[in-house]
Structures are given as C-alpha cells and as structure tokens.
Design a protein around this ligand. Sequence first.
Ligand code: ASP
Ligand code: MG
Length: 458
Amino acid sequence: MKFGGTSVKDGKSILHCANLVKKFAENNEVVVVVSAMAGVTDALLNAASKCISESSAAYVKMFVADMMKRHYEAVDHAVKNEDIKIKVISTLEKLFDDLEKVLLGISYLGELTKRSEDYIVSFGERLLAPIFSATLISLGLDSVALTGGDAGIITDKNYGRAKPIPGVYSIIKSRLDPLLRIKKTVPVVTGFIGVTEDGSITTLGRGGSDYTASIIAAALDADEVWLWKEVDGIMTADPKFVPNSKLIPEISYAEAMELSHFGAKILHPKALEPLIAKKIPVRIKNTFNPDALGTVISDKVEGKGDVVKALSIIEKSSIVNISGAGFDFAEIMADIFRRLAENKVNVIMVAQSSSELNLSIVVDAKDSERAYNALKGLENGVTNVKKIENVSIISAVGAGMAGTPGVAGRIFSALGKNGINIVMISQSCSEYNISFAIDNKDGIKALRVIHDEFNLGS
Ligand code: ASP
Ligand code: MG
C-alpha cells in the first residue's frame, strides 16, 4: 500500500491512513510505502536552490524550524501514545539536525551537486516514514520504519533518476520477508529513494513512490499493489473538464501506461513496468472514499467494443516544426533528437509526413524556448525551424482501437462537425493511442466532443 501527497498532508490524514492499514493488515501481510507530506518535496528542492543563490544561515534556521513545526504537529495529531511520541520525536530531531547541517554546508560552499540534491530531497520521505510507523504502533500494530536503502532498493548512481540494479529483487526479498513472515511486523518504507552500493542516497525521479511500491511488490510477489490517492480511480476523462466523466473499473497495463504518459497524473509512468512480467494487479483506491472499489489495472484483455476507453489532455504544449526541401532525413533526424536530448528536452509527440519535408515535435510549453534554441542552429536557408505556441494535446486511448476501422474517422469527423481545427496528428502502430494537437482555446471543447461521440459519460 502506498500513501502520498494530499493523503498524508497532516496528522489527521496520517492517522486516517494508518487506520486503513490496520483494517487490511488484520487478514493480510502489508508493506506500506510513503512519500513525503504534501508540498514537502517541493519545499526541500526550493530550499536547496535558495541556499546557493542567497546563502544565509538565518534562512536555513527558519526553513528547518518551519519543517519541524509541520512534522511535530503531525506527530501530535497522529500518535496517540506519549512514549511512542517521545521516541519518534527523538528520531526526527536527529534528521532535522542533519538537514540543517547539510543546508548550511550548501550555503557555505555555494554549490549543489545532483548527489547532494538527492540527499536533501530524501528528507521528505525519511521524516514521514517514522511518523507513519509510530502511528501504526500507537494503534497497536507492530511496525518498523525503513529507508528505501534499508529495504534493499539498491540503485545506480544516476542521481535524480536512479534505476534499481539487476538482482535487486532478491535483496529486497531477503530484507522484507523475515519482517513480514517471522516478525509479523508492518514495514513502512520511504518511497522515492534508494541507495547506491557505496551508501549514497539516490532518488527515482519525481513522483517515484509509486515506482517504489511496485518494485517492492514485484520483489515479494505480492498479490496486489494498492495506490491510495485522492480520487476514486482512473476516469474516462478529467472530471474538472468533463463533468459527466465516469470511473473505469478495469483497465489494462498498456492502456494505463498510455494514459499516465499522456498527462493523466494518476500514476508514475514507470510504476507498471515491474508488475507486468509478474502479472501483479494495481488497485487505485481513494483514501477519502475507501469503500469504493477503485480501478484495477491488470493484464486482463479488454473486451472488444471498448474502442476508446479514456481521454487525456496535456494543456500548455508547443510544437517545434522543422521544414525544408531535399534534406537527408535520416541524418537530420539523428541530429535533431541528439540536440534535444543534449538540452534535456522531453519530446511528447512526433509527426513526420512521408514527403520528408516536415517534422513536427511537441514539447511541454516550458521547454519550447529551449527546444527552439537547440534546433535553430539547423537553419541554413533551406531548412526552417518554427515554433507554434499554445496548443493542447488530446489523446484517445483504448486497446480495442487496434484493428478496428473507423475510430480515427469518428474522432476527426466529430471534431470537424464542431469546427475544431487539428494542427497535428500522431498514432503509433500499437494502435492503443490516437493523439492530436489543437489550439488551446479548443482543448476542453474537443475533449467533450469526443467523450460524447464514444458515449463515455454517465
Ligand atoms: N515526494 C516525491 C515527489 O514529490 C515522490 C512522490 O511523491 O512519489 O516527487
Ligand atoms: Mg508526490
């Protein structure tokens, strides 16, 4: 079971989540994975960069005091037993002491490496795990708090985006199995963080706690992974934009992955990888509506008929277009993507016409200037680079689209009938996903039009 963000925003919520664990731990062996309290990861990153730009010991003291207040208040509300409270507070005191030291170190040096950034950001999870575990103990359960490293999540040294090393499953199993089977305890593991073989803390990438949960589940051959969120599950479209959107009770790994890559921020895109080979289902559950069944993500083949199952939208995107006459495409393509990779631009979508005169690349709006500058150097009188801002990307996802004729036809004629102009289209041959770009002003309308066209609503 993984809890994060808003589900653990304060002491009251932490106690609520711990009670959920207690309820299900009666008849199951449970490993808990926690991420940081809502907003803490961002606050830590922000503090780290502030320490280099305007270093001041007073700022560090104030920041740490603020963190202390938040976490001690959480302990106060969540942990009901005085002895346990004193114990967890002394654990936290040591952590705050370390946090203060490292932040002061950064401000004196005026230098922040990727490695020290991972170390600083790890405090969010390392502070919450002992609090969550203490809460379970005060509810009468046996529990122990572990860091990702304690739990056996050994990674490479790619700080900020570390990957577990091969063989990690057997290490995790050897650490956690005895706790579950022999000691009958509930381990509470920090999500998001791992450790290198020589003992430095790493992180798995933003939102990585889901990934931690699935790595552990795969290592232990768990029956299910439960990701506790603030929503009932995966919806046919974001209810913020499409009021009659509906909960999807079952969805395949492939479809869920398409959605998570395309802006439906329901789970970390990498989180399904470890589970697919082992066919371990994921259940998305609502912390605030725990009796709802949620969405189950599994390898079950989807019934035919569900051609378009869900829609997602990425607002705030931009297109960079490279056009020219008679260039050697293989060569220029290699150059284009090398430049984008070197400038750390994430490519969301690509389209190329078979005339080979044109290549369109969609990037996040915040990357568009960087992408444009990276590619401008290709201009030579024949080749032109152009930027189109303010586009939205809509993606229609469904395994049933594969081999079903007419789906694209329905999507595009529905848009046409409603006067919505399409700027760019892409569909890979997995046929699980048709994506297209439109002007921002049409984004929500287009979402509703397609949702209606396929009767996805309630
Ligand atoms: N706390 C980390 C983050 O905000 C990891 C997570 O939330 O899963 O990115
Ligand atoms: Mg988070």
